[in-house]
Design a protein around this ligand. Structure first.
Ligand SMILES: Cc1cc2nc3c(=O)[nH]c(=O)nc-3n(C[C@H](O)[C@H](O)[C@H](O)COP(=O)(O)OP(=O)(O)OC[C@H]3O[C@@H](n4cnc5c(N)ncnc54)[C@H](O)[C@@H]3O)c2cc1C
Length: 423
């Protein structure tokens, strides 16, 4: 394993850092202040479009996409330091068209989309003209087990009909959100004389429970699609993208709106969530770096009881522990990224490991930084309360900690099954 930055990464990183210092930093604080104070925060403020135009011009665009033509063509290991750097800021990822959930949705279309889907949806997404959301989680069922899903995507003649309710659909509040990827249980009302397949039965009745769901591309303005409300995540609206509850009532679309074929949703979801999870972890390392930097500045510049805060109580140890935790997490994330790049079987367990370790690490580091900021740390004068909430949320989003621990434990225990113990 060699984690030295490649030449491409090094060049892009230098440009990205310069872009952040020159263009993003002066705009970021006023942008957040305005957004948080607005009565209607579901808007694209000019700063974002200005930054997108500059990032595009400077070749800092679609860095996440491992496609030489449409993206930067970087491996996961090469992308990691860039994503980390973006994670230090609240708006750089969006400025560079590298923000969730659009990156995951673009990867789905890039890998599995038909030519028509690519032209209609992938191109404008890659160009940053539209935004998207991913609708899997449902209010009525424990969605960490996706086989619980109740929403349906029923094949009817040449059409697919969607019904159900989704929530935590990140991004649906964005004024430019035009495409939703909906996941539902597929049944087939067509009377196709297909041995082993009964009309009105789940797709491929013999199929196991991981091959009965479909992903469908839904234009936001389709009749029957309704954003019922926007949710607060621990008091934050996360505007302008936000997280919404969306109802789908007899939403009819041509069957060609299904991505990758009926019954393929689980396979696609696995492919989508893998890179998405690593990208989140890369950005979280950057967020922890920002929190530690802020903690160190505050602890050095402010005094109490005649000493800098850093020299009081156990604060030096806390700062040291944060540095150790961040550096460990970075290596852990890079190792997982490297395993994914190698297409190694261990990659599955490694991604679950970092999906547990990184948000917990970031949450703890940000918490330490909040404490060193005193009351100010909880206010919106600093980005720390939002950062803590983001880290906390990622212990649920993309699957809760417990589910990922379950994967790690299953893989670990597999070595000790009956007949495998030879010691
Ligand atoms: C900020 C945010 C953004 C999100 N964005 C999206 C999005 O864009 N699209 C989308 O579809 N979803 C999104 N989600 C939803 C997220 O993926 C789900 O909340 C998550 O998968 C858990 O599902 P659930 O909420 O139904 O919890 P449940 O399934 O009800 O689980 C509740 C709890 O039960 C426990 N539990 C569950 N399984 C196990 C287990 N195997 N072992 C031990 N304990 C267990 C855990 O403590 C878990 O937290 C988002 C969530 C948040 C908070």
């Amino acid at each position: 394993m060699d984690f030295e930055h490649s030449q491409r990464t090094q060049q892009l990183l230098e440009r990205l850092v310069a872009f952040q210092q020159r263009e993003v930093s002066p705009r970021e604080e006023p942008y957040m202040r305005e957004l948080l104070s607005r009565e209607d925060p579901w808007v694209v403020l000019p700063a974002i479009e200005e930054l997108k135009a500059i990032a595009k011009q400077e070749g800092l665009w679609n860095l996440f996409l491992p496609d030489e033509q449409r993206g930067a063509g970087l491996s996961n290991v090469e992308y990691a330091p860039l994503a980390e750097r973006m994670g230090r800021s609240l708006i750089t990822a969006e400025a560079c068209n590298c923000n969730a959930p659009d990156t995951g949705n673009m990867e789905v279309l890039w890998h599995f989309g038909s030519a028509e889907q690519k032209q209609r949806w992938l191109e404008p997404l890659l160009d940053g003209r539209i935004r998207s959301a991913f609708c899997m989680t449902e209010p009525e069922v424990a969605s960490s087990d996706a086989t619980n899903m109740q929403a349906t995507a029923v094949l009817d003649g040449d059409e697919v009909v969607l019904n159900g309710s989704k929530w935590w659909s990140t991004g649906v509040g964005h004024p430019n959100c035009q495409a939703l990827i909906f996941m539902g249980l597929s049944t087939d009302r067509r009377s196709i004389p297909d041995p082993g397949h009964t009309a009105g039965s789940p797709i491929g009745q013999q199929a196991d429970r991981y091959h009965q769901h479909s992903m469908v591309l839904v234009p936001m303005e389709t009749p029957g699609v309704k954003v019922e409300r926007m949710l607060h995540a621990m008091g934050f609206l996360d505007a302008p993208g936000g997280h919404g509850e969306v109802s789908f009532t007899d939403v009819r679309l041509p069957a060609s709106a299904i991505i990758g074929g009926a019954g393929q949703a689980f396979a696609i979801a696995q492919a989508r969530l893998g890179p998405g999870r690593i990208h989140h972890c890369m950005r979280l390392v950057g967020l922890a770096e920002l929190a530690l930097e802020m903690a160190c500045r505050r602890a050095s510049e402010r005094t109490a009881f005649g000493k800098p805060l850093a020299n009081l109580g156990g604060n030096r140890e806390r700062i040291a522990d944060a540095r150790i935790a961040i550096d460990r997490a970075r290596l852990h994330v890079l190792h997982a990224a490297w395993l994914v790049d190698q297409k190694a079987p261990e990659a599955i367990g490694a991604v679950s490991q970092i999906k547990v370790a990184t948000p917990n690490m970031t949450q703890a580091v940000v918490d330490m930084a909040i404490q060193l900021h005193g009351g100010g740390g909880l206010s919106n004068d600093f980005p720390l309360a939002g950062a803590w909430t983001a880290a906390r949320a990622l212990r649920l989003a993309d699957g809760p900690d417990e589910v990922h621990r379950g994967v790690v434990a299953r893989l670990e225990l597999a070595h000790y099954g009956k007949g495998k113990w030879s010691g």
